[in-house]
Design a protein. Structure first.
Length: 340
């Protein structure tokens, strides 16, 4: 019942509005949305589906991103507090499930922070041939990334947000160049590098093993509610609807634009290999760290096992994405909240 829900007032609901300044504009919220949802390497990860990747993206937009944005808009207006998913789940299902949802939303961020440092190492090794050959050098780079992030977190929110805004603008420029390169390739050569783009049958989804790509697409669109983790720091409540509308537009365009550019200029098999190698590099570094610092045993790479693990992980993520998203699409959080 509504009365019961109102009785579950958390300390953050009472304290946060008086402690945190309202500094986030509509543009800031769009930037946070894009930074969270638009992980552009996913545009290369869907390449094994061929032209059907466009169909999967559109299905993901229609069945997940847009409905999720509508639901988030309603929940954000109803409960404009700090915590978004944590607050909404607590109101609907109680403290335990509120904590569980909040933890599940928070914990991947910890893993992503470490993975980001590892990605920086991989990028530097790609740029500088033979660079960072020793494990301690790679560890220092990862620590530098983590400390840099910690330093930003200690700054005033307005200063940090200004940095993020400029970073995302640069990110957008890079995304535009990727798509433009594909268009220029098509103009220069007269044909696309990916076969079948001119055939309608190539855009048919759920053919063969490509159905797992739909799970990857859903995974790529997660994070719609994250900007509302700072719900009481928004200047105007109308920014909630604005960021969901414009953020969704930017994300949809960017994913389709980069997917088009990469398919026109590169074969999807090559891009799939690149995505797999990046993931394998992360697994390699993690296994080394576990062997050295947790089990304190000698470590040796196993290329065959690593390759098999990368393939199995890709399939597993796809299956989990499809199963998890099906439950989300069937249930409406607003109906549950009203039932309270």
């Amino acid at each position: 019942m509504a009365t019961a829900a109102n009785d579950r007032v958390m300390a953050s609901e009472r304290i946060a509005p008086g402690m945190l300044p309202r500094v986030l504009s509509s543009f800031d919220m769009v930037v946070i949305f894009v930074a969270i949802v638009l992980f552009i390497v996913n545009a290369s990860a869907v390449q094994p589906a061929g032209p059907a990747a466009f169909t999967y993206w559109i299905l993901g937009f229609l069945l997940f991103l847009i409905p999720g944005a509508l639901i988030t808009a309603q929940l954000g207006q109803m409960f404009p507090q700090e915590g978004s998913l944590y607050v909404w789940t607590q109101k609907a299902l109680g403290p335990f499930w509120g904590f569980f949802a909040g933890f599940c939303a928070w914990w991947p961020g910890v893993l992503v922070m470490v993975a980001t440092g590892d990605a920086v190492v991989t990028l530097l090794q790609f740029i500088f041939t033979g660079g960072l050959p020793k494990a301690w050098e790679q560890g220092l780079v990862i620590l530098a990334v983590l400390w840099f992030s910690a330093g930003l977190a200690l700054m005033r929110l307005r200063m940090t947000q200004n940095y993020v805004n400029w970073a995302v603008v640069g990110y957008g420029a890079a995304i535009f160049v990727i798509g433009l390169s594909g268009v220029l390739w098509l103009i220069g050569t007269g044909h696309a590098a990916t076969p079948g783009m001119g055939e309608i049958s190539s855009y048919k989804p759920f053919v063969g093993s490509t159905w797992t790509i739909f799970g990857l697409v859903i995974l790529a669109l997660l994070g719609i509610e994250v900007p509302l983790n700072m719900g009481v720091e928004i200047v105007h409540m109308r920014s909630i609807k604005k960021y969901l509308f414009w953020g969704s537009i930017v994300v949809m365009f960017a994913y389709l634009w980069v997917t088009l550019g990469t398919m026109l200029a590169l074969e999807y098999s090559a891009l799939g290999l690149i995505a797999g190698l990046i993931g394998a590099a992360g697994l390699l570094a993690l296994s080394w760290a576990v062997c050295k610092y947790v089990f304190e045993i000698d470590w040796a790479p196993a290329p065959v096992l690593l390759s098999a693990g990368a393939i199995a992980t890709t399939a597993l993520v796809g299956i989990i994405g499809v199963v998890a998203s099906a439950d989300v699409l069937r249930k409406k959080p607003l109906a549950t909240l009203r039932a309270e």
